[in-house]
Design a protein around this ligand. Structure first.
Ligand code: ZN
Ligand code: FE
Length: 255
């Protein structure tokens, strides 16, 4: 039985997620931008948070952590690499560690780049990966603490997951990401149709998440830096993948 996953909009454009195991009742909250909407979403379903999974130390992902932990008594889990700059963790995990959630075994993946120590949580049986500010819908996080090459490696680890994996990012940035992506690949038919779907979803007030990894591989310019057509499009034919990624990231920073 796959986890039931609920998207919880928080603050202006953040997402938290609930991941609920029906068999055991175990419920993980992934990131805590704000406690109140998460507590409301739990209460609406009669679920009790058993775990809180933190992806990275930025305030917009942990702002409500102390309040949610106090209100629920949930076990707070984050990366050992971030333990010195997070509120107290009950469990500090390293990349490669396995996380038990009900019947499911989750994997901790290092996705450093946006920050050093940023982790993604992958639940292979449920075909879900929580990526926060690493891989986003049609985009990726800005590279604040790591290097572009490190971010490229992180995205490559995510890109190697099964293509039917659902991608749950930390923000609703998809419409702006789509406008930028079209500057890199204006003729990509999958990107054109996805951009239209994104605009329609936002106009209707609907989240554009989750996507699938297959959709990202077909349309997300940051995952496509290794393709000859993309290299040529940014004027770097034959350049190493990481260099092309760095150029695309630099263009997005100025966009
Ligand atoms: Zn962040
Ligand atoms: Fe963020």
């Amino acid at each position: 039985m796959p986890l039931t996953i609920v998207t919880v909009p928080c603050l202006s454009d953040n997402y938290a997620y609930l991941a609920h195991d029906l068999a055991t009742g175990a419920t993980a909250v992934v990131d805590v931008p704000d406690a109140a909407p998460i507590l409301n979403a739990l209460a609406a379903r009669g679920w009790h948070a058993s775990h809180i999974l933190i992806t990275h130390h930025h305030d917009d992902h942990i702002h409500g952590l102390r309040a949610l932990a106090a209100a629920t008594g949930a076990r707070v889990i984050g990366a050992a690499a971030d333990a010195h700059r997070l509120p107290p963790l009950d469990e500090a995990l390293a990349p490669g560690d396995v996380l038990r959630l009900g019947m499911e075994a989750g994997a901790v993946i290092d996705v450093s780049g946006h920050t050093i120590g940023h982790v993604a949580y992958h639940f292979p049986q449920s075909k879900a990966v929580f990526t926060a500010d690493s891989l986003m819908a049609l985009g990726c996080g800005r590279v604040f603490e790591g290097t572009p090459a490190q971010m490229w490696d992180s995205l490559s680890r995510l890109a190697a997951l099964p293509p039917d994996t659902k991608v749950y990012p930390g923000h609703e940035y998809t419409a702006a990401n789509a406008r930028f992506a079209l500057t890199i690949e204006p003729d990509n038919p999958d990107l054109i149709s996805r951009s239209q779907a994104v605009q329609a979803a936002r106009a209707a007030g609907r989240p554009t998440v989750p996507s699938t990894l297959a959709e990202e591989l077909a349309t997300n310019p940051f995952l496509r830096a290794g393709l000859p057509a993309v290299k040529a499009s940014v004027g770097l034919p034959g350049a190493p993948d990481a260099e092309v990624f760095a150029e695309i990231r630099a263009r997005k920073d100025r966009f």
